[in-house]
Ligand binder design. Structure first.
Ligand code: MLT
Length: 396
């Protein structure tokens, strides 16, 4: 039967299927068509190395606590246990930044925070770079927001600039090191945005999920490395890529108490939102997350990051040798390459999948400016990455 209710018409503004669901569908069809094909997945940015020993030990101890009456815990605090908020604050301290625990809100990951953040904003003009992680755009379209895309290209190294923007009161999404392009702002590049936000009364939502991959000096790992950002920027980060938490789920949202609009500090709205709609993340996960952020857990997790970095370097080197344009590969687990022979990004996706059994992500899935480009991730095993690069080279 047809119900007599109205659904959210804004869903007609987003593509019918989420990018990575569409890719999974095509890969499944390919695997079914040829069950013997050894498919190598360099598509979605999902990690493959296990959690660090310090993390699993902390989680095991937490599980045991949960099985004992005296140490059992029920609902977790909706903003995160103090021990986790302190550990995140300690992580920033080691980056030389003062981010107090009271300004940190633990969550089940950056994707959820990106999607949920729209709840606390009204009708503003939203600026979103193109190409970009689809969650920023889709979450805003789903609630009917006005979105202006900021085109980027090879000429600008796929980094957006505020040049030519004349309005005020924007909400700007920035991700650096970026997904999908791996391009990372220098301090000067990011400073342009912070200065712009201060000048125009705009808010920056900074996604630093890939901070652990930064290797070059002068590339910020947090927006708070830029003077003035504490007045105009919030930051979303995650342990997914830095500590292998894609399945374990833990991230955080920083909202400095000085960030205010219309006389209201934003953190008050976020606290109100979370208190109503969120019941916190499991105690066991929070203990694992704490361990991942303490020095030993971070050291162990960074060994995995170093492993992925080597994969990125292998992909980047093969493209350099062949003279193929790309960004990323340094400061990032992603390599963003131009498709060969003028192929569209889905054409190249199908070619690579059919002829080489390698899965990547078509750039067009990240926006119009991604057409003609293709993303490969470094999160596979070293052997699979080498093998995939060999197969890829034959199609270049
Ligand atoms: C990606 O492949 O872009 C990411 O893994 C997706 C995500 O982090 O949600």
């Amino acid at each position: 039967m047809e119900l007599k209710i109205r659904t959210n018409e804004n869903f007609s503004r987003v593509s019918e299927s989420y990018l990575f669901s569409e890719i999974a569908k095509r890969v499944k069809a390919r695997a079914e068509a040829d069950p013997t094909a050894k498919i190598i997945r360099l598509g979605i940015g999902d990690v493959t190395l296990p959690l660090a020993p310090a993390v699993t030990e902390a989680m095991e101890a937490a599980v045991r606590e949960m099985g004992v009456k005296e140490t059992f815990r029920g609902y977790a605090p909706e903003y995160g246990y103090d021990f986790l908020r302190e550990a995140i604050s300690g992580h920033y301290r080691r980056l030389g930044l003062d981010v107090p625990a009271s300004e940190i809100y633990a969550s089940d990951g950056a994707k959820c925070d990106c999607g949920n953040a729209v709840d606390i904003f009204g009708d503003n003009e939203i600026l979103i770079p193109d190409p970009v992680y689809p969650v920023y755009l889709d979450s805003n379209l789903m609630v009917g927001r006005r979105v202006t895309l900021l085109p980027t290209s090879e000429e600008t190294g796929f980094l957006p600039t505020p040049d030519g923007l004349t309005g005020e009161g924007y909400i700007v999404y920035l991700c650096s090191p970026g997904n999908p392009t791996g391009a990372a702002f220098t301090k000067d590049g990011l400073r342009q945005w912070v200065d712009f936000a201060i000048r125009t009364g705009s808010l920056i939502i900074f996604d630093s999920a890939y901070e652990a991959f930064v290797t070059e000096d002068g590339v910020p790992r947090s927006v708070y490395e830029i003077e003035g950002a504490r007045e105009c920027a919030v930051e979303i980060c995650s342990l997914s890529k830095s500590a292998g938490f894609t399945g374990t789920r833990c991230g955080w949202f920083v909202i400095p108490h000085g960030v205010r609009a219309g006389g209201v500090p934003l953190y008050k709205l976020w606290e109100r939102r979370q208190a109503t709609k969120f019941n916190g993340i499991p105690y066991v996960v929070q203990r694992g997350a704490e361990a991942a952020l303490l020095p030993e857990g971070r050291r162990q997790s960074m060994e995995n990051v170093a492993y992925y970095r080597k994969n990125a370097a292998v992909i980047a080197e093969a493209l350099s040798k062949r003279g193929v344009f790309f960004t990323g590969g340094v400061n990032s687990p992603y390599v963003w390459m131009r498709c060969p022979r003028g192929l569209s990004s889905w054409e190249f996706f199908d070619l690579l999948l059919d002829r080489a059994a390698v899965v990547g992500t078509p750039g067009a899935g990240f926006g119009k400016c991604g057409e003609g480009y293709f993303r490969l991730t470094a999160f596979g095993s070293a052997e699979a990455t080498e093998e995939a690069v060999g197969r890829l080279e034959k199609l270049l």
